[in-house]
Design a protein around this ligand. Structure first.
Ligand code: FES
Length: 381
């Protein structure tokens, strides 16, 4: 039996830990705010209050958030928040998908899964508590039905097929639950859960199946190897009715590539396929980065900022920490929102992401994927 002394110690320990975490959270906010961009870009940041934290699996939690005035966060199903965490003396930014349905009155939450060796996700999971404030940007992202409507105009959509790998089901469960309430589409989920891992949102998916047996189908993908994916897609599309389904894919690059290739082979048009990435694109030719910090000048309109970029830090992180209002969303070279124009100097980019050849020829680089190789001047277009 636990002695009163032990209990007192553990209570003191708990209290001290909570105090440290609260202070840490506030230090984070304070230091972040000292680096807040000076322009209207600041308006796109917000502080959100964590109202509840739920365990989704032993390795994943959902953080329920609300605006400081207690109003509902406005977002589209399938979007994500870019969350800032102050850790090890600097601000880190990571994108997390919102898992809740985009329905009035539904509590808003984003989901974080533990990453082996991952700093930011693990810090959020281990140290953030209900009542703390979190600084976030967004919601952002085009993995939405609204984007499909923009792209396809009035083309009839009767069915949507979702392909998810592991925690790639997070934005998809938000889309499915929202669409079951707001549309008449038939929805099918094909989900691969890596061997030995619990299924994220398994209970919620079961409940949706029970509530909508005529409109929602759920099938597990037992093996995500190329042959199995091809076989699944061949079978599904050979049974296809006259209406062409929309397809949403979320998961690691190898999974997305396999699904995309199989879809291409059965004749699905690219315009009907939407992908969401959780990982960075493959790294282009590696180069040796300079040991010394490089000085970059960032111009936006009439304003100029000078920042030092230490080895290993991206132009985006250094610029934001130095107060330059560099646009950004995904932080993984996917969305293209952080594109800047190089006016002088040289950078190495891990990836050019969605930049076209023409944009690259005009000196555009992705700030979230780029490191300076020399003194540089860049412009925010
Ligand atoms: S922030 Fe999305 S590509 Fe850089």
């Amino acid at each position: 039996m636990e002695s009163s002394k032990t209990r007192r110690r553990s209570l003191i320990g708990t209290f001290a830990e909570r105090a440290i975490r609260l202070i840490e959270s506030r230090i984070g906010e304070k230091r972040v705010s000292s680096a807040e961009p000076p322009s209207s870009d600041t308006e796109r940041y917000r502080h959100l209050r964590i109202t509840r934290i739920t365990n989704e699996t032993p390795n994943a939690k959902s953080f329920y958030v609300e605006e400081l005035d207690r109003s509902e966060l406005s977002f589209r199903a399938g979007q994500y928040l870019t969350v800032e965490v102050y850790l090890d003396g600097r601000v880190h930014r990571r994108a997390y998908s919102l898992m809740s349905p985009a329905l009035p009155g539904a509590a808003r939450a984003f989901t974080v899964e533990r990453v082996p060796g991952g700093k930011v996700s693990n810090h959020l999971l281990d140290f953030y508590e209900e009542g703390m404030l979190i600084r976030a940007r967004g919601p952002s992202g085009d993995f939405t039905v609204e984007r499909a409507e923009e792209r396809l105009g009035n083309a009839a959509v009767e069915e949507i097929r979702f392909f998810a790998y592991g925690n790639g089901v997070t934005p998809i469960v938000s889309l499915v639950e929202t669409l079951l309430e707001t549309s008449t589409h038939l929805l099918s989920l094909y989900h691969h859960v890596p061997h030995g891992e619990p299924r994220l949102f398994g209970n919620r998916i079961e409940a949706l199946l029970k509530a909508h047996p005529d409109r929602f189908r759920d099938q597990r993908i037992e093996s995500a190897d190329a042959d199995s994916i091809h076989h699944l897609i061949d079978t599904l599309w050979s049974l296809e009715s006259s209406a062409k389904p929309l397809v949403y894919i979320c998961g690691p690059r190898s999974f997305r590539e396999r699904v995309s290739l199989a879809l291409e082979e059965v004749g699905v048009r690219r315009s009907r396929v939407f992908e969401e990435r959780f990982d960075s694109p493959p790294t282009l030719n590696l180069v040796e980065l300079p040991e010394e910090p490089q000085r970059i000048t960032i111009r936006f309109g009439e304003t100029v900022r000078h920042v030092e970029v230490p080895r290993g830090k991206t132009i985006l992180d250094a610029g934001l920490d130095g107060g330059a209002p560099l646009p950004h969303r995904c932080m993984i070279g996917d969305c293209g929102s952080c594109a800047v124009r190089v006016q002088s100097g040289e950078a190495w980019s891990r990836s050019d992401g969605p930049l076209s050849q023409r944009e690259r020829e005009r000196g555009m680089i992705l700030a979230c994927m780029s490191h300076p190789l020399s003194k540089m001047e860049i412009e925010i277009p």
